[in-house]
Structure formats: C-alpha cells, structure tokens
Design a protein around this ligand. Structure first.
Ligand code: AMP
Length: 249
C-alpha cells in the first residue's frame, strides 16, 4: 500500500504574525517557516503504518515555492521514502492543491492519502474534503485513530457527543486531528539520511492543473486589541464590578 502525505510549508506556530501596513496580507518576509503541525502528525501516522507492515511506501508531497523542499526533507527525516515537489510561485488555493493531489494520487496509484485537518496559516480546512470528492473516494476527517485491515479502514473521530467510528474501503482520504499521535523527534542521523532521498520536481501544468486564483483577498486586519485587565481584592468587589460596571450579571 502506497501512502501519499501532503505537507504544507506554513508560518511556524510560534511566530506572532503581523499585518502588512497596507492591510493587503500578513507579512511573512524573514519569518520562520515550518511544516504545518497537523501534517507532521500525518507523516508520523504514515510512518507508524509502514513500521507495522501495513504500508510499503510513503511519498511526501508539497506544492509551492522552492523552499517547500525543506518541509519535504523534514517529512523524509520522520519516515517518508521519497518526495514530490510541485513548484509554483503564486499563492495556491485549496481547490488547486486538491486538483494536483488528485492527479498525483492517481499517477502514484496511492491507496491512502493522509492530510492535516487544516493548515494553520489560512485555516481553510478544505483540501482533504475537496480531494476526496474530486478523486471519488471515501473520506474520514479529524481522525483520532486509524486502523487498517486489508482493503478496509476503520477511523475513529472525536465529535461533540463522544466518538464516531467510520468504516470504509480503500483507497480513501484521512485528515488528522491533534490526538491521533505525537510525532517523534527528528534525529540528526535521520536528517542526514533524508538528504540522500529523492525529490522529484513537477509543475502544476505537468499535472494538468490551472492554479489561477478564484478568490480575491479584500483586506486583512488585526483583531481589535483587548483592554488591559485588572485584579480585584475579593469576590465581593468582583461581583460588584460585574453587576455595576460591566453590567453582565
Ligand atoms: P487546508 O485545507 O488549506 O486547511 O489544508 C489542509 C491540508 O491540506 C494541510 O494540512 C496539508 O496536508 C494539505 N495542503 C494544503 N495546502 C498544501 C500545499 N500547498 N502543499 C501540500 N499540502 C497542502
């Protein structure tokens, strides 16, 4: 079974992003970039499936600028066997990425595609769902447990009222939730080994996909700044302030 793992290069989760002065976008010049955290979980899950003898090959895919190769190398240091980089300098929307992933899933005859549930930059939460629809296969989003037996997959999802279990036939699409696993630390020997693995480079045109944006970003602005809080000396003062100043009780 071949597993495809799409990995997106995003602003590192520790970075506090700033809005550009003209309000056109967030400023990501000279900002630390990393693999989307949900994608690390996806690579870890694929690696565990391979270690358990369920998968034969893991292919990490990233679509975007030249530096996306860094996140493919990280995926290889975790456990991916090889990489595919779809080089594209213009911003990519989920639909364009989903179309390219569909073309790759078919080209590679993948049985499983494991994506992050959402990219922490745009928070779109769309690519996995769109891929499943375009590819015409079942999907299980927000997975907290994945079990495979032959051609059958059972996925547990955490939902509001408890746990939901879905059973489906492969090929299929899974998106990862936070509690699926805890990704391993990447070791130096594995980083060195990853340097020797191959990354094939393609263009969107090679996959027959037109990536022209369909959405227009009108404006980006900071959330309203919060007023500073105060400390109250006792519960009675707190209740008094809530009742007479904030007027919420
Ligand atoms: P999104 O729908 O943008 O929130 O992204 C969901 C998931 O789709 C991510 O966690 C990645 O696994 C995958 N993905 C989105 N954009 C890209 C990209 N440019 N390259 C590779 N994978 C991507």
């Amino acid at each position: 079974m071949k597993i495809l793992v799409p990995v997106k290069r995003v602003v590192d989760y520790n970075v506090k992003v700033r809005v550009k002065a003209d309000g056109s976008d967030v400023d990501i010049a000279n900002v630390k970039m990393s693999m989307n955290p949900f994608d690390e979980i996806a690579v870890e899950e694929a690696t565990r499936l391979k270690e358990a003898g369920m998968a034969t090959e893991i292919v990490a895919v990233s679509c975007g600028v030249a530096q996306c190769q860094d996140v493919i190398r990280t995926a290889m240091a975790i456990g991916a066997d090889r990489g595919i980089h779809v080089l594209c300098d213009q911003p990519l929307e989920p639909l364009a990425v989903a179309k390219m992933l569909k073309a790759l899933a078919e080209k590679e005859s993948a049985q499983l595609v494991i994506l992050g549930k959402q990219a922490i930059d745009d928070d779109a939460n769309q690519t996995g769902q769109m891929l499943a629809a375009l590819w015409g296969v079942p999907q299980a989003t927000f997975a907290s447990k994945v079990e495979i037996s032959g051609e059958q997959m059972t996925v547990t999802r955490e939902i509001d009222g408890g746990l939901e279990k879905l059973s489906m036939q492969l090929p299929a699409v899974v998106t990862t939730d936070l509690r699926l696993n805890e990704p391993r630390y990447v070791t130096l020997p594995n980083i060195m080994k990853a340097k020797k693995k191959t990354i094939d480079q393609l263009s969107p045109a090679d996959l027959g996909v037109d990536v022209t944006p369909r959405l227009k970003q009108l404006k980006v602005q900071d959330p309203p700044s919060r007023k500073a809080g105060i400390k109250v000396s006792d519960v009675a003062t707190l209740v008094d302030k809530l009742r007479n100043e904030a007027k919420v009780i």
